[in-house]
Design a protein around this ligand. Structure first.
Ligand SMILES: NC(=O)c1ccc[n+]([C@@H]2O[C@H](COP(=O)([O-])OP(=O)(O)OC[C@H]3O[C@@H](n4cnc5c(N)ncnc54)[C@H](O)[C@@H]3O)[C@@H](O)[C@H]2O)c1
Length: 383
């Protein structure tokens, strides 16, 4: 992806990459030397006909990135997901769609063939209901990044993006709803979220070491609760914003007038609108200061779950009786994104007001809800 700046071509960079792809990588040169040459000589942006690969493209964020790439005019996009193509959340015309399990070595190698940039969004994940219950599945996502990054390095890929998570942060720092916002250095000393968070942390480390030792340019964003249209909204993997929208729509439709909230509703979070997330991915991937450097990609607008329900009730024009389920998965007590670093490096941060993003999300889920009720095909995670 590009910010639209002019493409700069340097033949030397291509030659070095071709050599690196064909030679025994440990003998090409010292990693530091190769890195310096690469940075000096590589192409700074992508050409519109460069091969771009999006892994996990059948899901929420991957599908939205494919759409943005296409809108930007890229003509060779390979979208890969283990779900059958008919079940992808978004299908974008003019994109090569491949159904493959990327935790398999041969599939990963085939996926990145001729790629200039690779974006990895593939993971077995969901909201708290999923990641607290299925820790083994979450941990096994380490196989995807392990195969994909090795294949990308061997293929001489220019840039590799990895989608990490705020779940890498030390849970000891998140025991109070009046939480201090988390800055990038708070991941260590490590006490990540069990299962999912540890997988993200070790995959981040893979990205950092592939750069340090082998010269593959990697970029890592730590997403904080991304929400918006085209995300999972029912079935068990949905996150709080989508789940609350669905519950409010259901309560209105059935007339039962109540909503169940997981936990006591005082837990706090920030939520990042999908358009901001996609813009941030582009900026982070093309910023030299952010090579192998994890960075928060989230909103700093902190709300409690009770306040989030207030917002959705306002949008829906209803008021519901609230019941609280203290035994349901609720995650850490408080979590917010400290955006000091991203503002300093990029002069930018996610800025869509929560109320605006939630309105667009609510309207999309409402449409999905009634389409489903009418027997039409909707976004559904059966996998
Ligand atoms: N959505 C968020 O709030 C959030 C927050 C933090 C981090 N993330 C990370 O961002 C990435 C994308 O998240 P999302 O919300 O789009 O999730 P998603 O579940 O909608 O998309 C993930 C996709 O990966 C695919 N996948 C899983 N295993 C695969 C495999 N072995 N091979 C190929 N494809 C496979 C799934 O089928 C799915 O379509 C994930 O890595 C996730 O952990 C998301």
């Amino acid at each position: 992806m590009t910010d639209g700046s002019a493409t700069i071509l340097h033949c030397a960079g291509q030659v070095i990459r071709a050599m690196a792809a064909n030679m025994n990588h440990t003998t090409v040169t010292t990693a530091a030397g190769r890195r310096a040459i690469e940075l000096e000589t590589r192409e700074t942006t992508c050409r519109s006909d460069d091969q771009i690969v999006v892994a996990g493209a059948g899901g929420f964020i991957g599908g939205s990135v494919v759409k943005r790439l296409r809108d930007q005019g890229f003509t060779r996009i390979r979208a890969v997901d283990r779900k059958p193509v008919g079940d992808w959340y978004q299908r974008v015309d003019g994109v090569e769609c491949v159904c493959a399990d990327l935790s398999e070595k041969d599939n990963a190698i085939a996926a990145v063939r001729n790629a200039v940039e690779v974006y990895n969004f593939a993971a077995d994940m969901g909201g708290m209901g999923f990641i607290e219950r299925f820790r083994v599945e979450c941990l096994r996502s380490v196989l995807i990044n392990t195969q994909l990054i090795e294949a990308a390095w061997r293929a001489g890929v220019r840039r590799y993006f990895y989608s990490s998570s705020a779940c890498v942060y030390n849970t000891d720092l998140q025991k109070d709803p009046a939480v201090r916002a988390l800055k990038e250095t708070d991941a260590y000393p490590a006490m990540a979220e069990r299962g999912y968070g540890w997988e993200k942390l070790i995959s981040e480390m893979f990205c950092q070491e592939y750069w340090a030792e082998r010269g593959l340019e990697t970029h890592i964003a730590r997403f904080h609760n991304v929400y918006g249209p085209h995300g999972t909204w029912f079935g068990g993997r949905e996150k709080a914003p989508a789940a609350i929208c669905r519950k409010v729509i259901e309560a209105k439709d059935t007339g039962n007038g109540t909503i169940e909230i997981w936990g006591d509703g005082t837990q706090t979070r920030s939520f990042c609108y999908i358009d901001d997330c996609v813009t941030g991915i582009d900026k982070i991937t093309h910023c030299d200061r952010l090579i192998a450097t994890p960075i928060n990609l989230g909103s700093s607008e902190l709300v409690s779950i009770n306040e989030l329900v207030d917002i959705v009730e306002d949008i829906a024009g209803t008021k519901l009786k609230r019941t609280y389920n203290p035994d349901a998965p609720k995650g850490v007590a408080g979590r917010n994104s400290d955006n000091t670093f991203i503002k300093q490096v990029l002069g930018w941060e996610p800025s869509t007001p929560l109320r605006d993003g939630m309105r667009r999300t609510y309207e999309w889920i409402e449409q999905q809800y009634f389409d489903r009720k009418a027997g039409k095909k909707v976004v559904e995670d059966k996998w």
